[in-house]
Design a protein around this ligand. Structure first.
Ligand code: SAM
Ligand code: SF4
Length: 345
């Protein structure tokens, strides 16, 4: 054990792929490129967010360097998130920098979609592969209410259309389901998937809301969501991709479009979790359900070598928390860890 009670990395693991003490290997990197956002989703942002000072936010060069180091340890997929990633100026420049890293096979983005109408083509040109757009209601006024901005629904729908048009693939939709708010629209979203051939992924509401309104009663489980859809449209499960956060289904009648459920709260997939996260201010977060974070920015800004940074990340990842599954098994209350906009979802 080290001084802080964390386990030391055994010598045989000090040069290989990025692995934790439970044998899980990192393949996917989620990068929060900013904590800023033009929306104020009520399940994410506090009413009056205090943004990080710009000087604390990693530069594109710093993000690319960490990504390259991680790519050298086996990471192949990157997702850009935030805050709102399209709030970061010239984000397409970062995409093209990451595209230069040969080991990175896939670059994806999760966005609120507001800036997609003018950005989608540039992003595609820079090498972005796919995009997930968060759309929590199909009723314009309700949507505006959820995201705390007036008159934005149309633009987000247009963003989705343009993302498909420029060839980003796949284009997915994320719906955070909150009881009493939008759970009456589950079937409408299933119809949207059928009509547009999109994958609509229902995300269980997690207690990572800036306003701390979350309570167990507001959670609509993946099972409940699937039951609502299957009462009208029977579904067939698809083989789950290794490490995937979602269980995906197709429609039994062969109509296009898929349904996904992200059951982080009711039935998480911690055993083969292959994700590592970095916050906008350069903290490595091995697991979103744990408060553990490791400041790699200090190393980046103090002349550390790539080897030193790699060793630091390796040690941080080695200590990755077993996962929310453990908390559920021990019937522990899952509490607020950090708001989603600070982490990138
Ligand atoms: N701004 C972008 C967006 O909204 O897509 C990217 C960042 S956002 C933090 C990433 C994802 O987390 C989004 O799909 C968002 O809907 C989801 N999210 C935010 N707060 C959540 C919560 N409390 N529970 C579950 N998902 C949440
Ligand atoms: Fe912004 Fe995304 Fe959070 Fe909504 S979920 S407030 S769009 S970061």
């Amino acid at each position: 054990m080290s001084d802080n009670g964390k386990q030391r990395l055994p010598i045989e693991h000090r040069g290989a792929q990025l692995e934790d003490r439970f044998g899980r290997v990192a393949r996917k990197l989620r990068i929060s490129v900013t904590d800023r956002c033009n929306f104020r989703c009520n399940f994410c942002m506090p009413s009056n967010p205090v943004w990080l000072p710009k000087s604390e936010i990693l530069t594109y060069e710093e993000i690319a360097r960490v990504t390259e180091i991680l790519a050298g340890m086996g990471v192949t997929k990157v997702r850009l998130s935030g805050g709102e990633p399209l709030m970061r100026r010239d984000i397409d420049k970062l995409v093209s920098m990451l595209r230069q890293i040969p080991e990175i096979t896939t670059i994806a983005m999760t966005t609120n979609g507001f800036h997609l109408p003018e950005m989608a083509e540039r992003l595609k040109g820079a090498g972005l592969d796919s995009v997930t757009v968060s759309l929590h209601s199909l009723k314009p006024e309700r949507f505006d209410g959820i995201v705390g901005r007036q008159g934005v629904f149309k633009r987000v729908i247009e963003g989705l259309r343009i993302a498909q048009k420029v060839g980003l693939n796949p284009v997915k939709v994320n719906v955070v389901v909150v009881r009493g708010c939008n759970d009456d629209e589950i079937l409408e979203f299933a119809k949207l998937a059928r009509k547009t051939n999109l994958t609509v992924r229902f995300v269980e509401y997690m207690p990572f809301d800036g306003r701390k309104f979350w309570q167990p009663e507001l959670l609509v489980s993946g099972d409940e969501i699937l039951r609502a859809i299957e009462s009208v449209y029977p579904l067939v499960p698809l083989a789950r991709e290794q490490g995937s956060t979602a269980q995906v289904y197709r429609f039994a009648d062969g109509v296009g479009g898929n349904i996904g459920v992200i059951t982080s709260m009711s039935s998480p997939f911690c055993k083969d979790c292959d994700r590592i996260r970095i916050t906008a201010d350069g903290k490595i977060v091995p697991c979103m359900f744990s408060r553990d974070e490791y400041d790699v920015k200090v190393l980046l800004r103090s002349g550390a070598s790539d080897e030193e940074i790699a060793a630091f990340i390796r040690q941080a990842f080695w200590n990755k928390f077993a996962g929310v599954e453990t908390l559920l098994r021990e019937q522990k209350v899952i509490s607020h860890v950090r708001p989603m906009y600070k982490l990138g979802g």
